[in-house]
Design a protein around this ligand. Structure first.
Ligand code: 6PG
Length: 472
């Protein structure tokens, strides 16, 4: 076998599937893993009979790759990425390119791009979405770094990516850590939608008394609509229909109600707060996971803190309830995308990323976890106005908000009356109501700030900065 076109470090499930994807698309590959056993297992299994060579030392790995080398690292985000960079750098030559395909913090990527570029190497921070199946069959990829580095991997990633009607689900995102930033926001939206669908399930189960199959039927019907057709709705139906092989009952009911997280949702929210972007639906989803992890406390509090009895407040029959619940789900999903896109717009200006908003919507239409029919509408909205401040004021989305807001309000009210937490629904309702209110009560906040701290205020009827001696 001649020299490999493409190198992969890290034979976890994502790494294995990405290298198989590259090889299938005509890029002969070389693989290296920290432990020899993993490499041998892969070469005897999925990698057997393919244009893939193993390497058992970093020296052997780089020697087997054609120059300039294109090396994808699929290792755990954080210190492991720096460790691999430090270990391999001595073997690299000018022009060689490292790609970090993990879920790295975008500020780490900014630092790594600057460091490696200063050593005449290329560095791409690339968000990869789609899970194990996507990695093998075609993920959505979000590469950021210098344009020259992207040009060196373009032929590779455009072939490996999922393909939709208007092209591959990959594009040059922008400089520095922009690729990982866009992936982080993708994951924030992912957190939002997962929580939204979980809240809908909870309402159907606890207020309407529906069983798993009945709820799955609703998700199936939703997946046939333009507004909700999406990968996450599709797999929710699958999860709800899956039975525990031990006793044939619904498997989801056996799963501990504690959701973990690996960082990207948190980073989305922290960055949004730092940048002054409003992401309450995404924050509510993150906080939902935090609350879920407090299981022993919640169990104790259940017997101390009494809410209203779960009854049937205002949602009517299961059939009547489905309209408002769908309204709540659609608007909360729209809010998640709107908040994520707004954060991207603000970050693009703050960090000089020059993000192309329609292109980002385009590459999320296939391969990734948040792929949904709605993304075509999002792409259209940003094509019509690349500076659109908020998705909700685009005509198609505004019509959705105007038609569905009463349903969302009804669901939030009924949930409150039943004592059922619906954090993403209720934050979305407040988000939309705040956004559509021309005059908010922060005039009184300003008065208080000026009263106790002489923070001054502006007036609506004249220009200037004012202070009042309130306590005299
Ligand atoms: C994807 C996913 C993936 C992420 C998991 C886990 O786009 O394929 O975002 O990259 O690692 O979804 O994320 P949490 O463990 O934080 O939920």
């Amino acid at each position: 076998m001649g020299k490999g076109h493409f190198g992969l470090i890290g034979l976890g499930v994502m790494g294995e599937n990405l290298v198989l994807n590259a090889e299938r698309n005509g890029f002969s590959s070389v693989v290296y893993n920290r432990t020899r056993q993993k490499t041998d297992e892969f070469m005897a299994g999925g990698g057997a009979g393919k244009q893939i060579q193993p390497a058992y030392s970093l020296q052997e790995f780089v020697d087997k790759l054609e120059r300039p080398r294109r090396i994808l690292m699929m290792v755990k985000a954080g210190g492991a990425v720096d460790a691999v960079i430090d270990q391999i750098s001595p073997y690299l030559e000018a022009g060689d390119l490292l790609i970090d395909g993990g879920n790295s913090e975008y500020k780490d990527t900014e630092r790594r791009v600057a460091k490696l570029e200063s050593q005449s190497f290329g560095f791409i921070g690339m968000g990869v979405s789609g899970g194990a199946k996507g990695a093998l069959e075609g993920p959505s990829m979000m590469p950021g770094g210098t344009k020259a580095s992207y040009d060196a991997i373009e032929s590779l990633v455009t072939k490996m990516a999922a393909q939709v009607e208007d092209g591959p689900c990959v594009t040059y995102i922008g400089p520095g850590g922009s690729g990982h930033f866009v992936k982080t926001v993708h994951n924030g939206i992912e957190y939002g939608i997962e929580q939204i669908l979980a809240e809908a399930y909870d309402l159907m189960k606890r207020v309407k008394g529906m069983n798993g199959e009945q709820i799955a039927d609703v998700f199936k019907a939703w997946n046939a609509t333009e507004e909700l057709n999406s990968y996450l709705v599709e797999i929710t139906e699958v999860c709800l229909r899956t039975k525990d092989p031990d006793d044939g009952t619904d498997l989801v009911e056996k799963i501990m109600d504690q959701a973990g997280q690996k960082g990207t949702g948190l980073w989305t929210v922290v960055t949004a707060l730092e940048m002054g972007a409003s992401v309450p639906t995404i924050y509510a989803a993150l906080n939902g996971r935090v609350m879920s992890s407090m299981k022993p406390q919640r169990q104790k509090a259940e017997s101390i803190l009494k809410g209203p009895a779960v009854g049937d407040a205002d949602l009517g029959s299961p059939a009547d309830a489905m309209g408002p619940i769908m309204d709540a789900v659609v608007l909360s999903c729209i809010a998640s995308y709107a908040q994520g896109m707004e954060l991207l717009r603000i970050a693009s200006a703050d960090n000089n990323y020059n993000l192309n908003m329609p292109s980002i919507a385009q590459i999320w239409k296939g391969g990734c976890i948040i792929r949904a029919k709605l993304l075509k509408r999002i792409q259209d909205a940003f094509n019509a106005d690349p500076q659109l401040p908020n998705l909700m004021i685009d005509p198609w989305f505004a019509d959705q908000v105007n038609r569905r807001l009463p349903g969302l309000a009804k669901v939030v009210a009924a949930s409150a009356a039943n004592g059922i937490p619906v954090p993403t629904f209720s934050s979305t309702l407040d988000y939309i109501n705040s956004y559509r209110t021309g005059r908010l009560p922060q005039n009184l906040v300003q008065a208080m700030r000026d009263c106790f701290g002489s923070h001054t205020y502006q007036r609506v009827d004249r220009d200037g900065t004012f202070h009042t001696e309130w306590l005299q």
